[in-house]
Design a protein around this ligand. Structure first.
Ligand SMILES: [Zn+2]
Length: 209
């Protein structure tokens, strides 16, 4: 039988106790990578007690989700493309050249997608990646599904700046909070180029946001 979270957590706490109450930083691990954003003396936060339950998420109750009829759309996350089944939102200014969010228009989490929706998700993901990786400032389109904040399925497409060794790889999402916010007019031009590619290959409607 697969390990329970109680067993997992107990194993972690036992190892933490053996380590003196805090895990050490890995000597030859990611803290030595060129992309690790932080310098100087660092310590690892201790792992605390197991929570009684998973923290509630926005949209656990579909009536409270941003997709509910009558919900006010967030001006910070404008919808820039949509068809009858999917939409792409543009994230607010951050350190990345562009962040787009792909989500189904019908309420549900990633695991609720039908096979048809899952196939469309795959096609749209590839088109967004192609569009982002064609931007002159972008080295890679990084893709993330976390789902810990919102229950409505949403996938992050994060443009990783090109030719900057510090932001390459896992820590780009941390650099996104550290680099200066990309100006809105630059974001818009980048988004227009990516979504123009999606529109040309897939159809749907481009929106001003
Ligand atoms: Zn929803």
């Amino acid at each position: 039988m697969p390990e329970s979270i109680e067993q997992f957590h107990a194993r972690v706490l036992a190892a933490q106790g053996t380590a003196g109450g805090r895990f050490p930083l890995p000597e030859d691990g990611y803290t030595t990578w060129a992309s690790f954003p932080f310098d100087g003396e660092l310590t690892v936060k201790p792992i605390g007690p197991l929570a009684a339950e998973e923290r509630p998420r926005e949209g656990d109750d579909p009536a409270d989700c941003h997709c509910a009829p009558g919900a006010t759309p967030s001006p910070d996350w404008p919808v820039r493309w949509r068809d009858a089944l999917w939409q792409i939102n543009q994230a607010p200014p951050s350190g990345s050249p562009l962040i787009l969010i792909l989500e189904p228009r019908e309420h549900g989490d990633l695991g609720d997608l039908s096979r048809e929706r899952a196939a469309e998700y795959g096609v749209l993901s590839v088109l967004i990646a192609q569009g982002m990786e064609s931007l002159p400032s972008v080295g890679r389109c990084q893709i993330g599904r976390y789902g810990d904040g919102g229950a409505h399925a949403h996938v992050w497409f994060i443009a990783r700046p090109a030719r900057m060794p510090e932001v390459r790889g896992t820590f780009n999402i941390l650099w996104d909070d550290l680099l200066p916010p990309t100006p809105r007019d630059v974001l818009r031009e980048n988004a227009d180029a990516v979504l123009g590619h999606v529109f040309a290959a897939y159809g749907g409607d481009l929106l001003d946001g």
